[in-house]
Ligand binder design. Sequence first.
Ligand SMILES: Cc1cc2nc3c(=O)[nH]c(=O)nc-3n(C[C@H](O)[C@H](O)[C@H](O)COP(=O)(O)OP(=O)(O)OC[C@H]3O[C@@H](n4cnc5c(N)ncnc54)[C@H](O)[C@@H]3O)c2cc1C
Length: 363
Amino acid sequence: MKVAIVGAGLSGLCCAYELEKNGIKPVIFEKKYAIGDVLEYTICTLNNFNEFRGSVMRYFKKNYDIKITPINPLNKVVMKSNNKKTVIKGNMGHVFIRGTDKESLDKQIAGYFKPNIIFDTYVNILDIKDDFDYVVCASGELSTAKKLSICKPTLNTYTRISNVLGDFDPNTLIMWFDNECIKNGYGYLLPYNRKRASLVLALNEITHEEIEYYWDIFQQKQNFKYNITINKDVEHDMGFIDPVKIDNILLVGNAAGFIDSFMGFGTISAIESGVLAARSIIYNLDYNELMKPIKEYIKLKHEYRIMVNRMDNKDFDRILTFLNMPFIKQMLYKNPFYRASYGAYIIKVFNKIMEDKDKNIVP
Ligand SMILES: Cc1cc2nc3c(=O)[nH]c(=O)nc-3n(C[C@H](O)[C@H](O)[C@H](O)COP(=O)(O)OP(=O)(O)OC[C@H]3O[C@@H](n4cnc5c(N)ncnc54)[C@H](O)[C@@H]3O)c2cc1C
């Protein structure tokens, strides 16, 4: 069977790994000269945010026979708004690296086999689709879905990634919610170790010029004294894709819209959809059906984003006060039966009421 994968990112590599374990050797086309993002940065998974609520390492090992190793456990999450702060402690999640370092997630997965990657090769999927039995779109962006007219855009995000030097707790994630300097988004600091961290600002629906403006106020307001080493801005479109398999093309990871617009989490879905796309090719399974739980999860998380984008700084203060209440902490973070998507069903009703209210306002 002839299979091509476009993109040697997380989803593409996981798809190739699963195919190879089952005797199919795909060809991977990668536009860059190497595996991994040129800029290094930290990412995390949060146990309370996963639908399976628990260690992502155990989940991947058990379900997909994929071993991933974090650089640090996360045992504290600090959330800050204009006037409030809440601290949640416990087994919160794990920190991983993206980039070209040998510890990066991409390099870890590529290290388990000998992928057949053709580097420095930009491919238009529609040009090659007739030369293969299957083409897996793992490009990390929505252009193919848009060309196929299967994309309903939801949000445009600008993310500024910087690496900073200072004095950090490597097991703590700090997050900021403040519309004055972080319009419709969030900022976070996620350390590699005691001396180095990624400082990131993710903003929705702004222009490229505006990111400079918000970045400056963010730094001034938080009074950062860090030595900033590298900067990179990434523009990202998000949207709902349906169907995620069309003819012989299967879309995986971000290319299938599997990144949550609330917090920008996409690592787990990228790995999961990559492996499941491979299994659907191997066992002739219905890929659209297999992806239904991920699609539903992404849609529910978007309800959180719609709600948060309506909030002002007073609302953020109120939310953090609420999240700081011992009973609420117990219910949301210590209760093994609670799922983040449960709250989304209530928020969905709230968003609908607000939407109808907006429509009825006479200008
Ligand atoms: C700053 C930042 C922080 C993040 N933090 C988190 C986090 O904390 N937790 C989390 O879960 N997720 C996080 N994410 C999201 C997560 O990294 C992505 O969801 C995940 O990497 C998606 O994997 P992918 O395989 O779909 O795409 P990618 O990993 O982006 O890979 C796509 C690959 O395709 C290649 N490519 C693209 N087009 C072509 C083409 N036409 N031809 C050939 N090659 C092509 C690209 O060069 C790239 O190598 C973060 C993302 C960013 C940018």
